[in-house]
Design a protein around this ligand. Sequence first.
Ligand code: NAD
Ligand code: ZN
Length: 389
Amino acid sequence: MKAVVWDGVNRVKVERVPDPEILQPTDAIVRVTSTAICGSDLHLVDGYVPSMVHGDILGHEFMGEVVEVGPAVRRIKVGDRVIVPFPISCGQCWYCRRGLTSLCDNSNPNATLAEALWGYSPAGIYGYSHLTGGYAGGQAQFARTVYADDNLYVVPGGMADEQALFLTDVLPTGYMAAEHCQIEPGDVVAIFGCGPVGQFAVRSAFLLGAERVITIDRFEERLALAAQAGAETINYEKEEVFERLKFLTGGRGPDSVMDAVGLEAHGTGMGGLADAVKQTTRVLETERPHALRAAIMACRKGGTVSVPGVYGGLADKIPVGSFMNKALTLKTGQTHVHRYLDVLTRHIERGEIDPAVIITHRLSLDEAPHAYKIFKHKHEHCIKCVLDP
Ligand code: NAD
Ligand code: ZN
């Protein structure tokens, strides 16, 4: 089959690789019908995530048709159309039983390695380095999925791929980030970053009752898409963000602020651990305005800072004095995708959220190297690329 593989920092290529096979009785093989490139994939391409190996198949946002199931799979059937949540849940551990699936204790076969390095082990994630389990990703014609009964989510009949695909990640990520803001009637929510995650955060914040949403980015087409959903906008290259936010909130600051940016996509890492640490630190020291610091500084006293943006292991230029003395609440995490699937599917079916609005590019799998380039550099007004394998 064909697959998109990591070929070193800033190098992505399409290769012929062996078809995946059932390895465990709880596995299922999915014929991928749609897959997308995520801001998190850029951290791999930028070389911020150690333990990538040449030839690793990328991609954690994918869906398709089940073509084979292992002997222990009961709920999922051959022929089902499914989306595959990006974090892998075992369905059994302390975290999974509480719906905190992105913290699963059992789905990462390399947990010991991650723990030695970071002091904790993340859940397994498809296409996201060996520290999250070394699972082959879904930017491919076929993918092996694990714990199929506990993870694969059957898409309602008649729902188009473009409506369902982002249930795998960026839609629930925007939603969880908004839920983390603990929005109350009348609240003003500010969101740094108008990528796919920021876009769904805007729409989710309104669904969850925000009175106003203010978005910050530098790409006019991204700000315009947020404005379409009712957000006010600030272009941080043209306006002084803190002053503008204060002005727009009667001098107090937003009630909650999201960092939907994370590591900046300008990385020039080498893919190794020491380099990843150095690079994350360098970015925090030099890039301005840095989103997490800005979010903490911009939030009103007693407010909430919600961080869907992804960070690497050890960078730490956080203004902890402001954080503590302003009595802020910080909520973050990889998204517990599974717990939001029913509610978001209903929102899509009722037309309350249209996931397809973020798609600017529909390309073939062969065009993946180009897709990565334009998505990383935001060329061609790119907001989200969907690949058809
Ligand atoms: P993206 O690269 O398309 O969007 C990031 C946006 O932030 C860009 O539009 C960029 O111009 C803007 N930006 C950069 N620096 C900024 C600054 N200082 N102030 C304001 N805006 C700034 O990526 P995306 O797909 O939207 O993902 C965003 C982040 O969310 C990434 O870090 C990604 O890894 C993370 N993510 C997290 C989860 C999760 O489970 N928590 C899931 C998916 C993605
Ligand atoms: Zn993603």
